[in-house]
Design a protein around this ligand. Structure first.
Ligand code: PRT
Ligand code: MG
Length: 214
């Protein structure tokens, strides 16, 4: 199958690229190089019209929102923080799975007034505590949330948990389950309209690839 219009797919290096690769392959798209071994930011594929752009995970929704990439693969956590303006989310790729949790010391008191919550996931955390009518103080961090309760910056954290090893290594435990996280295919709204034939073929093929992985 050929694509009649240029299609760009934004991915991040690391687990998203690794987990997306088999799905792209099943959909008939093979990158010309390994993302984790190159310094290039734009990768060719076996299709002249299909290119991959490699960017920071948190930048993927922004590239797609502005049409700098037609498609992107991004964690639901990142998508929630971005807000999702200017894009559709046609497919749950069911990759890079983990869970979002409230975590802290085993004896943390979650009923404290003005509970201090350190997190990279400000929107998700705000929504979670607002839903149960609890006033909290959110402290935005960009990494290593686990450190915050240890040094007294916060009472608890909101973070992603996969194996639980990172929490455990720092004397913390998962306290309250918030929700499951997986990576999503997102598409620019204008691309979806203007390049509909090619875009919908790609979504259909990836959907079949996801079904095939089950
Ligand atoms: O690292 P960088 O700042 O470049 O960007 P990023 O962290 O956003 O990218 P990356 O590649 O690390 O993560 C991309 C996406 O993978 C995230 O947006 C999530 O949707 C998803 N994902 C799946 C995870 C994890 N599993 C995960 N375990 N993202 C992060 N982690 C971190 C977590 O934050 C914690 O620090 O791993 C640690 C917990 O892991 P365990 O196994 O010790 O519990
Ligand atoms: Mg990371």
């Amino acid at each position: 199958m050929n694509f009649s219009t240029p299609i760009t797919i934004a991915l991040s290096k690391g687990r998203i690229f690794r987990d997306t690769l088999p799905l792209l392959e099943r959909a008939g798209i093979t990158p010309a190089e390994d993302a984790d071994k190159t310094r290039k930011l734009i990768l060719d594929t076996n299709h002249d019209n299909v290119k991959l752009v490699l960017i920071r995970a948190t930048d993927v929704p922004t590239y797609v929102q502005w049409g700098a990439a037609d498609f992107g693969v991004t964690g639901k956590d990142v998508l929630t923080e971005h807000g999702g303006e200017g894009l559709y989310e046609p497919l749950d790729l069911q990759i890079a799975k983990c869970q979002m949790w409230v975590a802290g010391f085993p004896d943390a008191d979650l009923s404290l007034r003005r509970l201090r919550v350190a997190t990279k996931y400000v929107r998700a955390a705000r929504a979670y505590f607002a839903a149960r009518g609890q006033q909290v103080e959110i402290i935005k961090l960009y990494g290593s949330m686990e450190l915050a309760p240890i040094v007294g910056l916060s009472d608890i954290i909101v973070d992603l948990v996969e194996s639980g090893n990172t929490l455990k290594a720092n004397g913390l435990v998962p306290l309250e389950y918030m929700h499951d996280i997986s990576s999503r295919l997102v598409v620019n709204k204008a691309s979806w309209k203007m390049k509909h034939a090619d875009c919908s073929v790609l979504v259909d093929r990836l959907r079949e690839a996801v079904e095939g992985e089950k």
